[in-house]
Write a protein that binds this ligand. Structure first.
Ligand code: PBG
Length: 314
């Protein structure tokens, strides 16, 4: 009766990886991600039944990541009308009228060098990249996305994307900004899933330093000012102080992203018999909402929904 934190399935978002033909070995319709047991890379053919199951569990929002068969220096597949995410969007849009489709807007899954933008020498060129990101967001909107979620961390991208969406007629399409995204080792398994590890260097030039929290507020306020509709803090588990701090300083809805490494930690500890998986899922999920998250992006979303049904999360 007196619980302060209650969770709704409507607040859950499930990330999914969709691969172009030619990425998986021949004959495979889906492939389990080595470092994320229980999570898969789906071909278009396998996507539909997976989403059906998800919706049966009560999850109605997904975030799509695309993995193309061909990568190049400027990530040209990222805004191709027939790119993998665009095709997945058209397919899901026509099959599921009540599914909320969010897309990750970034270049690292599409570039041969694995960085999140256009390179100038060994550096990512922030301003050159803005235009590409805007084109990618518009192409997702055209293919049926309900919301775009830029994760690249270039400065000024929310304004660039907002202006491009408006100019293309998508004035009502919201942007969920990965506003506060730390350079984190917790993204390791994701880079396996998306084949997106940088070929050289790291992402510390554009992602945030985990020693900083005032900078999180600065980034959040900048993105709010540029037109973000939802802000995100990422990762979740080691950054709940940041969730609380950003929540106190802004009035936008706030999402927390429990990333691949958080999933992998719980999965592997459970597989070894060291911890109780369901108890950890419940505790980490409730903690994110208690800290101030309004939305929770998690690879455990279907399990969280099941734990809610059985009363383990209330
Ligand atoms: C793309 C992107 C990443 C994640 C989400 N979008 C990887 C990265 O920045 O290296 C990580 C998600 C996860 O680890 O679950 N830039």
């Amino acid at each position: 009766m007196v619980r302060e934190t209650r969770i709704s399935k409507d607040a859950l978002i499930y990330p999914m990886f969709v691969v172009e033909d030619g990425v998986l070995a021949e004959g495979l319709e889906r492939e389990e991600i080595r470092t994320m047991p229980g999570q898969y890379r789906y071909t278009l053919a396998a996507l539909r039944p997976a989403v059906e199951q998800l919706m049966t569990a009560g999850i109605r929002a997904i975030m799509l990541f695309g993995i193309p068969a061909h990568k190049d220096a400027c990530g040209s597949q990222a805004d191709d009308e027939n790119g993998i995410v665009q095709r997945a969007l058209r397919l899901l849009r026509s099959e599921f009228s009540h599914l909320y489709l969010i897309t990750d807007v970034c270049m690292c899954e599409y570039t041969s060098h694995g960085h999140c933008g256009i390179l100038n020498g060994q550096q990512v060129d922030n301003d050159e990249t803005l235009n590409r990101l805007a084109q990618i967001a518009v192409s997702h909107a055209r293919a049926g996305a309900d919301m775009v979620a830029p994760s690249d961390m270039m400065d000024g991208r929310i304004r660039a994307i907002r202006e491009a969406l408006d100019a293309a007629g998508f004035t009502g399409l919201p942007i969920m900004s990965y506003a506060v995204k730390y350079a984190s080792a917790f993204y390791g398994p994701f880079r396996d899933a998306a084949d997106s590890a940088p070929a050289f260097g790291d992402r510390r030039g554009y992602q945030m330093d985990y020693h900083n929290s005032r900078e999180a507020v600065k980034e959040a306020l900048l993105d709010a000012d540029e037109g973000a509709d939802i802000l995100m803090v990422k990762p979740a588990v080691s950054y709940l102080d940041i969730v609380t701090r950003v929540k106190e300083q802004t009035n936008l809805p706030l999402a927390a992203y429990s990333v691949s490494g958080e999933y992998a930690m719980i999965k592997s500890a459970a597989a070894l018999g060291y911890c109780d998986e369901e108890a950890l899922i419940a505790e980490t999920t409730v903690a994110a909402f208690r800290a101030g998250a309004d939305l929770y992006i998690s690879y455990y979303a279907p399990e969280i929904a099941r734990l809610m049904d059985s009363g383990r999360i209330g």
